[in-house]
Design a binder for this molecule. Structure first.
Ligand code: HEM
Ligand code: HEM
Length: 196
């Protein structure tokens, strides 16, 4: 049988998984330890206790500057995500049968949920990449910051869809692994083309 877990397929999968996990990590840090709101309050309170008064505006500027190097990683991981999308498009170009919508339509009834999850995961990742790219290059594209505000809202909200489909995917993979005992995770790491 033709191997499903080819080196290119595995490379694409782990590059994408690594980039999504990294991107989500930057979002978690931005909303928690490196949140400018809580850090600005902390900066203002600590400086005030040490006898130096700074305005809320200055404290916010410092808190954002502290967050900046971490947030750069949002864009670095985004580059890896973009590379993984290019690889996937190349794979679809080479073999149009693997186009996620076609796979979903052609899937037997018992595989619809799995294929549907992959399809919507791919769609939400494409929306994230396109909206993120639009935000990043808004000046270059000739849009004002206010003009792309709705894109930012879309970008933030679609993240919940990504979280939902990634969770469904992980639950499905674990179920597959333990119910069918087909070592699907090991195949995604080591491949299925070597003799066992
Ligand atoms: C956030 C990260 C992840 C994303 C975005 C992701 C995405 C995907 C997608 C889109 C597919 C379908 C590929 C196709 O069209 O055939 C897939 C397949 C697969 N993924 Fe992931 N994945 C992630 C993390 C993981 C992790 C952590 C594991 C292992 C525990 C894993 C194991 C697998 C396996 C075994 C398959 C093949 C399933 C099958 O053929 O039915 N994935 N993944
Ligand atoms: C699954 C992928 C992604 C997720 C989950 C994600 C998540 C987020 C979230 C939640 C925010 C809002 C942060 C906040 O204001 O609190 C954000 C902002 C942003 N993201 Fe993403 N993102 C993803 C991919 C990308 C990609 C591919 C790019 C492309 C460069 C990108 C570029 C941006 C930009 C430019 C901002 C605005 C930052 C700012 O206002 O300072 N994102 N992202």
């Amino acid at each position: 049988m033709k191997p499903q877990f080819t080196p290119l397929y595995r490379f694409w999968h782990w590059l994408m998984a690594f980039s999504i996990i990294g991107i989500l990590g930057t979002v978690v840090l931005r909303k928690t330890f490196l949140s400018w709101r809580s850090n600005a309050e902390l900066i203002q309170a600590k400086l005030s206790a040490a006898g130096t008064e700074v305005t809320a505006e200055t404290a916010k500027m410092i808190a954002k500057a502290i967050r900046e190097p971490m947030w750069e990683w949002h864009y670095i991981f985004a580059l890896f995500l973009a590379l993984s999308i290019v690889i996937r498009l190349y794979m679809v170009f080479r073999d149009p049968k693997i186009f996620p919508l076609l796979v979903l339509i052609r899937a037997p009834k018992e595989e619809k949920l799995q294929r549907g999850t992959y399809f919507f995961l791919c769609v939400s990742l494409m929306v994230m990449a396109l909206s993120g790219g639009t935000l990043y290059f808004h000046e270059f594209l000739g849009f004002s910051k206010e003009g792309v505000h709705w894109v930012k809202e879309l970008h933030e909200n679609i993240m919940y869809a990504v979280l939902l489909f990634v969770s469904m995917h992980l639950a499905g993979v674990l179920r597959h692994e333990f119910v069918t005992k087909e070592s699907i995770i090991s195949k995604m790491i080591h491949g299925d083309d070597e003799p066992v």
